[in-house]
Design a protein around this ligand. Structure first.
Ligand code: SF4
Length: 474
């Protein structure tokens, strides 16, 4: 394959050099024809709102857009599962000519009567923006008739990049926030923002906070409920995971309700511990002190020590095999990439290529600060670039999402799914163990010795070593 880096993209790809001031171009529209790994505005909004499990999600557009909708996240619900159904108005040529408003209204009425949701979200797609359907007016009419919130999501695909979709989703959720009763919410209370409960991860994190004595008012949007969103303005603090997806909502809630926010990541040892300690520090002076009862800082310290005492010996067993191996990371938000760089260090591995779809200049500067000399840092990459970097840096594993998986396998490289489709919980201390296990199994698999890239380079017996280390760790 010929190396392909488009001239116009050269300033979005940088190699870390010690002593150089790091700059990179980012947060701009994808280059036409470059086949970006990014998705459109509609997809950005859809992935954020999808886990709200007791709402109807209706895609107003041609059926093709609905490809971004059925089970787009592995987001689990502890109750209703309406989010897992896929609805589209299936706009056709006739609707494009004469308008799709009637079809939208009929679809909403039918869906609300049939499924009795607590709210409905209506996603505008490209063609709806072009033909100019008055989605707001239809939503308003149906909301009045049916007595539930019917919320338009202004997510026409062509409006910008995936980040604009996050903003559209946050604006839509903000229409619900503030409409519920906040009585009974204790002073030590938070909302968890930007976690999507993939493989039940939010339940792991919620349990940590509850062990610390902190009440979780709303999980936004993983295992999300309309009523929780309506009353989440009663929480004392917003804890925002993921650099892009729900930061706009946190900022809007700060402006309107004065609720402060902190950023968090639940991946890896340092970031998971920091997420808990940051919340504990915030509530330190509000925690009612009783003689002989440990305060929130002590409770948090005990929790972290207990979890690490179980985790660290397990990691040590796998680290012996993985030391010196290399990884490539390409994920949606840069915040996850920071955590992954640290996770791989705990396994004795280095990250040779790292990039994201939606990172900001500040994010990339932070990535440059924590990566090793020579690491390739890339914004809004495409398959040809990623293939080239993986081959050049000769990595042992590629971490990405569903669109990156075929790239890795075609090149004969191990792959770990760290995106929203995954079915394995990777957050929390428990998730760090699952991640290590998956990386170990993949990297140490004997299958790679049969790929053209590595034929003969992995010593026979490595499969047995993998099994032995995992047995020791389990
Ligand atoms: S909204 Fe537009 S860009 Fe997005 S999937 Fe539909 S047609 Fe494609």
């Amino acid at each position: 394959m010929k190396p392909v880096i488009f001239e116009q993209r050269k300033d979005q790809i940088k190699r870390k050099r010690e002593g150089d001031e790091f700059t990179i171009a980012c947060n701009r529209d994808s280059l036409a024809g470059a086949v970006s790994q990014r998705a459109c505005v509609f997809c950005g909004s859809r992935v954020v709102l999808y886990p709200i499990a007791d709402a109807v999600h209706l895609v107003h557009g041609p059926i093709g857009c609905a490809a971004y909708t059925w089970d787009i996240r592995g987001a689990l619900s502890s109750g209703p599962e309406l989010h897992r159904l896929s609805f589209s108005t299936d706009l056709r040529e006739k609707d494009v000519i004469f308008g799709g408003e009637k079809k939208l209204e009929a679809a909403l009425n039918e869906l609300i009567d049939r499924h009795r949701p607590n709210a409905a979200f209506v996603y505008s797609t490209c063609i709806v923006g072009i033909i100019g359907d008055d989605v707001q007016a239809v939503c308003k009419r149906v909301a009045a008739a049916k007595g539930i919130p019917v919320i338009p999501v202004q997510s026409e695909g062509f409006k910008g990049n995936k980040r604009a979709g996050y903003e559209a989703a946050c604006k839509a959720m903000m229409q619900l926030v503030g409409s519920g009763d906040t009585s009974g919410i204790p002073p030590l209370s938070i909302n968890i923002l930007g976690d999507f409960n993939l493989a039940g991860e939010i339940w792991i994190i919620k349990e940590y906070y509850e062990r610390m004595g902190v009440n979780v008012v709303a999980t936004i949007t993983g295992d999300g409920r309309v009523a929780d969103l309506a009353r989440c303005h009663g929480a004392a603090l917003n804890v925002v995971q993921c650099s892009g997806a729900t930061m706009d909502l946190a900022k809007m809630m700060k402006d309107k309700y004065g609720i402060p926010f902190i950023r968090a990541s639940y991946f890896g040892i340092e970031d998971m511990s920091k997420a808990l300690y940051d919340v504990a520090r915030f509530f330190k002076d509000k925690d009612p002190v009783a003689p002989g009862v440990p305060g929130i800082m002590e409770r948090t310290g005990a929790l972290v020590r207990e979890e690490l005492a179980e985790l660290l010996p397990k990691l040590a067993a796998m680290k012996k095999d993985l030391a010196g191996k290399k990884a490539a990371v390409y994920v949606g938000g840069a915040f996850k990439a920071f955590s992954l760089v640290k996770c791989f260090r705990h396994l004795g591995m280095s990250v040779a290529v790292v990039g994201s779809q939606t990172g900001t200049e500040e994010d990339y500067k932070e990535l440059a600060a924590i990566t090793d000399e020579g690491t390739i840092i890339v914004d809004d990459a495409n398959p040809l670039e990623l293939s080239q970097f993986i081959k050049e840096m000769d990595v042992d594993i590629f971490v990405g999402g569903v669109k990156e998986r075929p790239i890795a396998y075609k090149l004969g490289v191990g792959f770990c799914d760290h995106n929203h489709e995954r079915k394995e919980a990777l957050e929390g201390f428990k998730g760090m163990y699952n991640f290590a296990l998956e990386v170990h199994r993949t990297v140490m698999s004997p299958v790679w010795r049969f790929t053209p890239r590595r034929r003969g380079s992995i010593a026979a017996g490595s499969g047995a070593t993998a099994n032995a280390a995992e047995e020791a760790a389990s």
